[in-house]
Design a protein around this ligand. Structure first.
Ligand code: SF4
Ligand code: SF4
Length: 287
């Protein structure tokens, strides 16, 4: 795969750009070949006519990128060294992720700007979403061990497939917690965990009445209280002050002595304190 074309369909308004401006300007189209084509796209319950870029025939001239009045198109040339096929693609002309970080004993940190696929990588590794290896709509989970033959990920995926490894995922958006669960803090956490996370002052409070920082610590506590082999912790420090960040990072470090942890974290000091290894994500956000 030498070129990635992504269209942000939320920004694409073919009726407001002069009727598919990109389709009309693409030099490959003008030569009579198909490069940007009009096709139906399923959006909710309706099908809408949208532009689609055929990556194989695109020459990367960026005319469509520069001319689209809504900045809906991104064209990225992949680095020469990137020989392998994608791990996951959300759809045609949508975000694509190459490669996965490797979970190992201790804490593995994931670093990179937003929109680079860190959460997607953790959701793939924890089994929250099934990888499709770039073939939209297919479940390629069973092929993961084969394509990672010879690497540490091979045994990881074999164990996941045989249900020998149990995973826990702490989501990024803790504000959603009151929408999917109800009860007081003490109904979710042991007294010991409440003390460790400094939640004693709100132990009897209902989840719907907690602040962002309290919800963050509750979500982390719930994840850490579950019995698993691999813990995926998506952003642990948002809504927390510096002292609470260090305290939570300490608890994660203690828990990671004989377990596998992977953590997305934007606060460099917290990540440096927590992680034994760090994977750096590179690419173009959203692409
Ligand atoms: S991508 Fe831009 S130029 Fe192309 S149809 Fe959509 S709005 Fe028009
Ligand atoms: S970048 Fe590709 S799709 Fe866009 S105008 Fe050029 S050749 Fe066509």
């Amino acid at each position: 795969m030498t070129r990635i074309a992504v269209i942000d369909y939320d920004l694409c308004h073919p009726d407001k750009c002069g009727n598919f401006l990109c389709v009309r300007l693409c030099p490959v189209n003008r030569k009579g070949e198909d490069c940007i084509v009009r096709k139906d796209r399923q959006e909710g319950s309706a099908k809408k006519l949208r532009p689609f870029i055929i990556e194989e025939t695109c020459i990367g001239c960026s005319i469509c990128v520069n001319k689209c009045p809504f900045g809906a198109i991104s064209i990225v040339n992949t680095p020469e060294q990137l020989k392998e096929e994608p791990i996951h693609r959300f759809g045609e002309n949508e975000f694509v992720l190459f490669r996965l970080p490797v979970p190992v004993k201790g804490v593995v940190g994931l670093l990179g700007p937003n929109g680079m696929g860190k959460t997607t990588a953790m959701r793939l590794l924890s089994g929250q979403i099934s990888p499709n290896l770039g073939k939209y709509g297919e479940d390629a989970s069973k092929e993961l061990a084969r394509i990672h033959r010879g690497s540490e990920l091979q045994s990881y995926f074999e164990d996941i497939a045989k249900e020998k490894k149990k995973t826990v995922y702490k989501p990024q958006q803790v504000s959603m917690l009151p929408k999917v669960a109800s009860g007081t803090v003490s109904s979710f956490l042991s007294d010991e965990m409440i003390k460790k996370l400094e939640l004693a002052n709100c132990a009897g409070r209902d989840i719907g009445a907690l602040s962002g920082g309290e919800l963050q610590r509750l979500a982390t506590g719930i994840a850490l209280s579950r019995e698993a082999d691999v813990y995926y912790i998506d952003e642990v420090s948002s809504h927390l002050d510096v002292r609470q960040r260090i305290n939570t990072a300490k608890i994660i470090r203690e828990s990671a002595e004989d377990k596998y942890f992977m953590a997305v974290e934007h606060d460099l000091a917290t990540l440096d304190f927590m992680a034994d290894k760090i994977h750096v994500f590179y690419g173009v956000p959203g692409v």
